[in-house]
Ligand binder design. Structure first.
Ligand code: 9Z3
Length: 353
């Protein structure tokens, strides 16, 4: 029928009425796509500039840069086996987006910091030096088996009002203090705390730029839960928002996607791993794949909120590997860090060919 012919023609680009456009179409599409990706790139650059221009400057950036340079230098001289250490920046905990400049209220992102703290311990075990960029007050390496209120629960006064470790905690406390001291005093662990999204992204940039000099020996393991939206500093009210109206009208702007900036500009040779968190497992792998493509990560670790301590999926361009913890006593981070460390070694070797 007539209408059937029309449909066939519409889907058949070789039909006579489409012939003239057949040769134009691919080039037009390409040009259009190129222009669009240039536009997207420009928009991103503009958003990134606006973000950093509007951010309240870090008050201790000089001190942070100095600590970083010393740390990187110390871990770049050859060890006993002749190799310089690999260095990983582990980000951990959630960033906050303040609603007031003199901040009383903020939007928070869920993350206890357990993943980052535990991973840091296994990275140190695997021979890495670790820059631990963590949310102030979140879980810390070597301290995760201590009770919530360690000072009053682990210690007790003696009869002459000295302090001693309670028997039940003596092994846990000793191990935490010795392991932590070994890592920090040995110069293999540098802890840098953040609170807001402004602090986090400025610090991540300083770290990435400082790590550029070690090339492929650098790894980024981005486990922090980073705000998607923020109030630009210049649009933020100075004082505490007063209650009174039943509608709080705050305009949140999208945080520019810094993962691509990290990969392309800040640390182009580093091995980069980002995390994808979802609560709906049916969309998790697709979202993980999309992040891998979009941000050109070397691997994406996909996890679902309720099972995140038992299993994760590592997605790379060629593989999808489910990583499970061995048993309820062990950590999924143990096999995960082993796998990522191996992949990092291969990446360094392949890049030096
Ligand atoms: C993660 O997915 C982490 O594994 C968790 C760890 C935050 C779930 P905990 O700290 O939990 O042990 O309690 N981190 C990334 C979360 C995130 O916000 N990812 C963004 C996204 O999924 C990309 S940067 O869109």
């Amino acid at each position: 029928s007539g209408s059937a012919t029309t449909v066939a023609a519409a889907v058949n680009p070789f039909a006579p009425q489409f012939r003239s456009s057949i040769f134009l179409l691919p080039r037009e599409i390409l040009m259009d796509a190129a222009n669009r990706s240039e536009d997207v790139e420009q928009t991103l650059q503009t958003q990134v500039k606006a973000f950093f221009d509007s951010a309240p400057p870090l008050h201790n950036s000089h001190d942070i840069t100095q600590k970083l340079n010393q740390f990187i230098q110390r871990n770049s001289s050859s060890s006993e086996n002749g190799d310089a250490r690999r260095i990983v920046c582990v980000t951990s905990g959630g960033t906050t987006a303040p609603l007031e400049q003199r901040c009383v209220r903020y939007v928070d992102n869920f993350s206890s910091g357990h993943r980052g703290a535990t991973s840091t311990e296994y990275f140190l075990k695997a021979g890495y030096a670790v820059i631990f960029l963590c949310r102030r007050g979140s879980f810390q390496p070597f301290c995760r088996s201590l009770p919530d209120d360690p000072l009053v629960e682990c210690f007790e006064p003696t009869n002459d009002l000295d302090i001693q470790v309670r028997n039940a905690y003596s092994e846990t406390v000793k191990r935490a203090i010795v392991d932590h001291h070994t890592a920090v005093a040995g110069g293999h662990l540098l802890k840098l705390p953040f609170g807001t999204i402004f602090e986090y992204l400025q610090m991540l940039q300083i770290i990435a730029v400082s790590m550029r000099c070690i090339g492929t020996r650098a790894m980024f393991y981005l486990a922090a839960a980073v705000s998607d939206y923020y109030v630009p500093w210049k649009d933020m009210v100075e004082h505490k928002i007063q209650s009174g109206s039943h509608l709080l009208d705050v305009k949140l702007v999208q945080v520019p996607k810094m993962l691509s900036v990290l990969r392309e500009n800040w640390a182009p040779l580093a091995f980069c791993i980002s995390f994808k968190l979802e609560t709906d497992s049916s969309i998790l792998l697709n979202k993980g794949n999309a992040a891998l493509e979009k941000y050109k990560m070397h691997a994406v670790v996909a996890n679902e909120l309720s099972t995140r301590k038992e299993q994760v999926v590592v997605i790379t361009r060629t593989e999808k590997i489910t990583v499970l913890r061995d048993n309820s006593e062990s950590d999924v981070e143990n096999p995960l860090i082993k796998l990522l460390s191996e992949r990092h070694i291969s990446y360094i070797k392949d890049s030096s060919r």
